[in-house]
Design a protein around this ligand. Structure first.
Ligand code: SAM
Length: 319
């Protein structure tokens, strides 16, 4: 009798990977090619630190070999040992059979070139705000700056901080700022605390557990950053397995996706300084937000991979 195949959590049969014989795969690049073939065959989703199967495979192979992403090219044609090959194949197998994001398998993701610890208590960081901090907030390019002098920013708030990635990037961008970061999830605050400590930022970033502005009293900020949950009910029902491995709380924005965004827009004026501003990611709900808040002159910001998914509004325009 044929052996029963193992079932995934949702009842589907987990895909089986054919055995790789000794010496069939030799170099790092061989393993990347093999991984790409398996990932495409299994129709994986890529949205968690990488956006295509090649980048995903390079990330996993590099992590298995303790190489940083920019070291990969130099070693692409190097041979791997049998033990290393086994570790790589194990990761490829886990990625295909569990459908968990690669970042959870190795507890790491890179955002704007910086590594962050992640596990299933937090969404895998991929906010467009990371890029916008560089392009519009006195970063590398300087053009189109929404804040002229990053050194003059005294207080920053990261609402819905998750792993703490945006709070940490903000602390780097605004070298004189004290940063508050809030999340309602205990697990997220624990992960954020680990990242803040890893970056030696305990003195500059204060983590608060609570509902949006509730733990902050009447504090005011020069800049509020937020990547809140913003997926609508239809989107929640269609999340790929990779996203279902992430905390629901990180996605669920209610029926139209805007439950949390509305609260942020309602309460932000009470927490901004006169010259301050709010930057908020809302995903694909731009039309809904424009319709719901016609009086607000929201400035929609684009990034390399997004169009009109993040807005900026100055405190003076929030009323
Ligand atoms: C989309 S994730 C963003 C995480 C992180 N800022 C990032 O960009 O990777 C949203 C986060 O908001 C948190 N959250 C959801 N509702 C909240 C609320 N009412 N107050 C504070 N945090 C909330 C979730 O726990 C989750 O960590």
């Amino acid at each position: 009798m044929a052996k029963a195949s193992k079932k995934t959590a949702r009842g589907r049969a987990a895909p089986k990977l054919a055995k790789v014989g000794p010496g069939e795969l030799v170099t790092l690049l061989d393993f990347v090619r093999y991984a790409v073939s398996r990932f495409v065959e299994a129709k994986l989703a890529f949205a968690h630190g990488t956006t295509d199967p090649v980048a995903e495979a390079v990330f996993l192979v590099s992590e298995a070999l303790h190489l940083t992403p920019d070291q990969f090219e130099g070693f692409a044609h190097a041979r791997v040992t049998a033990a290393e090959g086994k570790s790589i194949l194990d990761l490829i197998h886990q990625r295909v059979t569990t459908r968990k994001p690669a970042a959870y398998l190795v507890n790491k993701v890179y955002m704007r070139g910086l590594p962050f610890y992640v596990d299933e208590r937090v969404i895998v960081p991929r906010s467009f705000i990371g890029e916008l901090l560089d392009s519009h907030f006195g970063g590398e390019e300087g053009a189109g700056a929404l804040i002229d002098d990053p050194t003059a920013v005294g207080r920053v708030l990261d609402l819905c901080t998750g792993s703490g990635c945006l709070a940490i990037l903000a602390a780097h961008h605004f070298p004189n700022a004290a940063v508050d970061a809030v999340d309602i999830s205990k697990g997220a605050i624990e992960v954020a605390a680990r990242n803040v400590a890893d970056y030696g930022l305990d003195e500059r970033i204060t983590l608060h557990r609570g509902d949006l502005f509730a733990p902050l009293g009447d504090a005011r900020y020069d800049l509020i950053i937020s990547n809140p949950p913003y997926v609508d009910a239809e989107g929640m029902a269609a999340l790929p397995p990779e996203c279902r491995a992430e905390p629901k709380l990180a996605f669920d924005g209610g029926a139209d996706g805007l439950d949390v965004v509305r609260k942020i827009l309602r309460d932000a004026p009470d927490h901004l300084t006169l010259d301050g501003g709010l930057i908020c990611e809302i995903g694909r709900g731009r039309e809904l937000v424009d319709e719901a808040f016609p009086e607000l002159p929201l400035l929609w910001l684009d990034t390399e991979d997004s169009e009109g998914e993040v807005f900026w509004i100055a405190a003076a325009d929030l009323g």
